[in-house]
Ligand binder design. Structure first.
Ligand code: FCB
Length: 483
């Protein structure tokens, strides 16, 4: 049960976070780096996808993005100015292995090596994600994540990367949101590589899980500084009070949440998941011994949270509601569960159309503690896109993003309430450090606490960045003007 103390709308101020609670911010390689054809980088599925007409809003691509590949040093200075304790970034597989296997590309390794050194020099803890969706295109051509071999290629890449950086990275995250890679990439087609095949999506789920387990073992073997190992999942917080909602909730929980948590943390696939999807696949791709490989101890479980979903079963006649928060491009990200409806939820909403529900974050953290009591957690993403406006002032350009400040304040309040109820929550990484390429939405959605002017590459600290800076300096939530 969510706590009942504090402000009912989660607008508390002055909440103190313990020194060990690591506050930082997050980005991902394809979303910020640019330099798509520099430094020996090979093409990824997101290069191919974004260059395919009609796939990304406005034809936007990550070719230039935030030009972070060239501006990494001043971006690090910015992080230091904000006082970040940690920076969660991702490593582009096609920079390390341009074709997805074989020898490493020294220029790619050198880029991340400099980045990690630069973080450490500034006292910022490096949290490196090995896979934030940029699969080398040759591996997709060979079958992608629905093909078993991709899991072994991922383990090889993890090993090579940990051999290069495994003396300095504090936390390694194998995969970011395998839910998106599998179901949006191979089921709905909203993400690269844009395939729409439910059976392929479920095979991808398994091979991502397997790739994670193999990679954890490789990184543990290769790293010399006793790093934390983790994976980041985008949990679905599922609601619904229709008489059919319990069944719909069970099905979506199986596909979205337990398809990952159970193999990863318990070494089994949920029986109801296998039954619900029996008409799509016989799960013959799960081989003897796989679950033991997948079920590796992790030091911290990464939690990404933005909003909730509300479900019920479809009556088969009325127009099917599809408000699952993901871009609708025709295919379904819910193999075997098309008869589940996603209802429109009460606002307020962010610019993504996602409902703002800080209570959902508290509820999620409490539920994870209950399900996996021994598992430390870290919020690896939380944040919001809004229609920011730049204001010219005597002191320079400003972005008064009061809605984002309020969003962050309310979600930090939710995290604090979870801590107060005994959740072993180790930190909070705000998504995102700066505006960037928001996948199928291109540059139309701005999640940054730092604004990026895409014409000049100028960085402007939004009010939300100043709010975070104050939180980091005082260790207390500053509150908001609305609070
Ligand atoms: C998550 C992704 C991240 C970003 C946010 C808004 O699903 O991990 O890259 O796009 O959503």
């Amino acid at each position: 049960m969510p706590s009942t103390t504090g402000s009912p709308d989660y607008r508390d101020a002055g909440l103190e976070f313990p020194p060990g609670f690591v506050i930082g911010s997050a980005t991902a390689s394809y979303q910020i780096e640019g330099a798509a054809r520099e430094g020996g980088r090979g093409p990824s599925i997101w290069d191919t996808f974004s260059h395919t007409p009609g796939k990304v809003w406005n034809g936007d691509t990550g070719d230039v993005a935030d030009d972070h590949y060239h501006r990494w040093e001043s971006d690090l200075d910015l992080m230091q100015e904000l006082g970040l304790q940690a920076y969660r970034f991702s490593i582009a597989w096609p920079r390390i292995q341009p074709t997805g296997s074989g020898a490493v590309n020294p220029q790619g390794v050198a880029f991340y090596s400099r980045l990690v050194d630069g973080l450490l020099e500034r006292g910022i803890r490096p949290i490196a994600t090995l896979y934030h969706w940029d699969l080398p295109q040759p591996l997709e051509d060979a079958g992608g994540w629905p093909a078993r071999d991709t899991a072994y290629r991922f383990a090889e890449y993890a090993a090579r990367t940990a051999e290069a950086l495994g003396d300095r990275v504090h936390t390694w995250t194998t995969l970011n949101e395998p839910w998106c890679s599998a179901y949006l990439g191979y089921g709905s087609g909203a993400h690269a590589p844009g395939r729409t095949d439910g059976a392929a999506a479920l095979a991808a789920v398994h091979h991502l899980n397997l790739g994670h387990g193999l990679a954890v073992q490789e990184v543990r073997r290769a790293a010399t500084n006793d790093p934390d190992l983790s994976i980041t999942l985008n949990f679905h917080v599922i609601r619904g009070d229709d008489s059919t909602s319990p069944e719909a909730r069970r099905r979506i929980d199986a596909l979205a949440n337990r398809a990952f948590t159970h193999p990863l943390l318990r070494g089994e696939y949920p029986k109801d998941l296998l039954e619900d999807t029996a008409g799509v696949t016989d799960w013959g791709f799960v081989r003897g011994g796989d679950l033991a490989q997948i079920n590796q101890r992790i030091d911290v479980l990464g939690v990404n949270y933005y909003s909730t979903v509300t479900v019920k079963m479809w009556d088969g006649a009325s127009p099917r509601a599809n408000n699952d928060g993901h871009k609708d491009v025709g295919g379904s990200p819910w193999p075997g569960s098309r008869e589940v409806e996603f209802e429109k939820q009460a606002g307020p909403y962010t610019a993504m159309g996602w409902n703002i529900a800080p209570d959902g974050l508290e509820e999620l953290l409490l539920s994870l503690k209950e399900q996996f009591p021994e598992q430390p957690l870290m919020i690896t993403e939380n944040g919001a896109a809004f229609e920011d406006r730049v204001t010219e002032t005597d002191a320079g350009r400003r972005v008064h993003d009061a809605e984002r400040v309020d969003y962050l304040n309310r979600h930090f309040t939710a995290a604090h309430r979870a801590l107060a109820q005994g959740v072993d929550l180790r930190g909070y990484q705000v998504w995102s450090l700066m505006d960037n390429f928001e996948w199928g939405y291109g540059y139309s959605k701005r999640f940054g606490i730092v604004r990026v002017d895409y014409d000049t590459q100028e960085r402007i600290l939004k009010d939300s960045a100043l709010w975070l800076q104050e939180l980091l300096a005082t260790r207390r939530t500053p509150g908001t003007s609305e609070g």
